[in-house]
Ligand binder design. Structure first.
Ligand SMILES: [Zn+2]
Length: 250
């Protein structure tokens, strides 16, 4: 069944009723569906990243602190607390790294700024260069070359993210915003990238009902080019459900 969408990716979610808020506004809430499975209801798809980052943080940092454990940065061993904690996309977003649990890691703010849009192994190298007081220019060159190498790797493999995260589906199954400015610079860039290298740069991520969560440009481009099928990541326990919030008066 080549066209069947499989559920490939899921988030660990906090307990039912957990609310994701930003500046007093409710963005999302953990609910339980008719099968007894936890689902993250999102009020709007643009809240996806903010909600997921918040939830990762809650699970990986706040929960252990509450239980008396001390979470540590995997790179430097520093104790993590909500103030020095950041969520890193392990495969950087510039290389198509999606916002899914498999690609997110809680690390300290210092290591995150060292890593930038590079790979985990680079953090150790850059750290030791700093410790050995290597000239800043040398570190800059290292970062520049590493970025170039990853870009080439992405081009050669037609995408750098693990294939097991992806499912190939008909473009018409994906539901998303059709109002994209086809003359915008970002759309033109996405288009040029596709013509030069033959694949969509940004990964498309959809919710359980195939609503677009990430990869807006790639989706718009796939439609514009009349592509039949497209690789996506489907997160089966995230659900954009405006009506649910309206109905519940939330
Ligand atoms: Zn660190």
């Amino acid at each position: 069944m080549p066209n069947e969408i499989r559920s490939t990716v899921k988030f660990n979610l906090p307990k039912e009723g957990y609310k994701v808020k930003s500046k007093g506004h409710l963005l999302a809430m953990v609910t339980v569906d008719e099968n007894g499975e936890k689902v993250l209801k999102l009020k709007n798809r643009i809240y996806y990243m903010a909600s997921i980052i918040n939830i990762q943080n809650a699970i990986q940092v706040k929960e252990p602190i509450k239980n008396g454990e001390i979470p540590r940065c995997p790179y430097c061993g520093r104790e993590l607390d909500p103030r020095n904690t950041t969520i890193d996309h392990t495969i950087p977003r510039s290389l198509g790294g999606p916002t899914i649990q498999e690609n997110l890691e809680v690390i300290c703010d210092v290591c995150n700024s060292l890593k930038g849009s590079l790979k985990p192994s680079d953090v150790y190298k850059i750290r030791s260069m700093f410790e050995q007081k290597v000239p800043l220019e040398t570190i800059k060159n290292f970062k520049y070359n590493a970025r170039k190498q990853y870009f080439n790797e992405m081009i050669e493999n037609k995408g750098i993210i693990p294939k097991e995260w992806l499912v190939n589906v008909p473009v018409k199954k994906v539901r998303g915003n059709k109002n994209i400015d086809l003359n915008s610079l970002s759309f033109r860039n996405a288009e040029n990238f596709y013509y030069n290298y033959g694949f969509l740069r940004n990964t498309i991520v959809v919710d359980k009902k195939d609503m677009l969560l990430e990869g807006r440009l790639s989706f718009a481009l796939a439609r514009e080019l009349n592509l039949k099928n497209v690789d996506i990541i489907k997160v089966s326990n995230v659900d954009v459900d405006l009506l649910w919030f309206t109905y519940r008066g939330l």
